[in-house]
Design a protein around this ligand. Sequence first.
Ligand SMILES: Nc1ncnc2c1ncn2[C@@H]1O[C@H](COP(=O)(O)OP(=O)(O)OP(=O)(O)O)[C@@H](O)[C@H]1O
Ligand SMILES: [Mg+2]
Length: 272
Amino acid sequence: MDDAIIDIRGVGKHFAQRRDSRKVVLEDINLQVHAGEFVSLVGASGCGKTTLLRMIGGLVPYEPGAVRVNGELVDSVPRRIGFVFQDAALLPWRTIEENVAIGLNEYRKSFSKQEARDRVAAQVELVGLTEFASYLPRQVSGGMQQRAGLARALVGEPDVLLMDEPFGALDAFTRMRLQEELAEIVRRTSATTVFVTHDVDEAVFLSDRIAVMSIGPGTIREVVDVDLPRPRLQRQELLGNRRASELRDRVLELVIGDRTVPPAVEAAGVRP
Ligand SMILES: Nc1ncnc2c1ncn2[C@@H]1O[C@H](COP(=O)(O)OP(=O)(O)OP(=O)(O)O)[C@@H](O)[C@H]1O
Ligand SMILES: [Mg+2]
């Protein structure tokens, strides 16, 4: 479709292995994500979710195919993208607030110092860290560090938010709380989001669509529409919800049904 914010067409990715072979990691990926949409990527470990996300973020090159963000071909880090990593990836010697401010670097010229400070403070508040703004990362919990990573990604008000298992390392309760917070933040900011997770319930709760990937080489097997009403503000709303369980079962079936085979290794056909 033409109005896609993220438009991935016929994209592949291989890594050179030895001189005359290559590992095909992604093959013929097609996915369009529209303005304000929340799409999750799920699939077996090694199917290429992180690689695909990093391609959208301009962090790894691809061939063949085309990835466009806001109509522009991605060939380096595109503007106005927020990236949230699995570990919060904060600078340990900077305070929470200073770490969040790093997310504004790209936009530095557009704000006065005071405006930048106000924005950072507002973002820190949005993720509930005001009280901890002057703490160092090691002085706050893992959940708070993830919140800081989220704030850093959001502070520039990106059009596109890319998240790679942001809650993977957290305990179940913190995780659920952050899922609810993320649902609320995404609703407020209406960023177009691609979210990688292994947690199918998390994907059902947060997503408009779930792209289930298969391995060997990685491709999108099926895109499941999450036709549950919004707003979805609390995880418990989905407990005992029949449609939610059906969707979860469908996604699980697709993931489990995907027999895990190692990614294809094939001759590159090109000799140095
Ligand atoms: N720089 C690289 N060089 C060679 N192979 C790589 C490189 N980066 C990733 N791969 C391979 O690409 C495949 C996909 O990796 P990727 O990290 O994208 O998977 P994933 O779906 O994110 O897995 P997980 O769920 O475990 O995070 C794996 O087989 C991995 O070994
Ligand atoms: Mg990964």
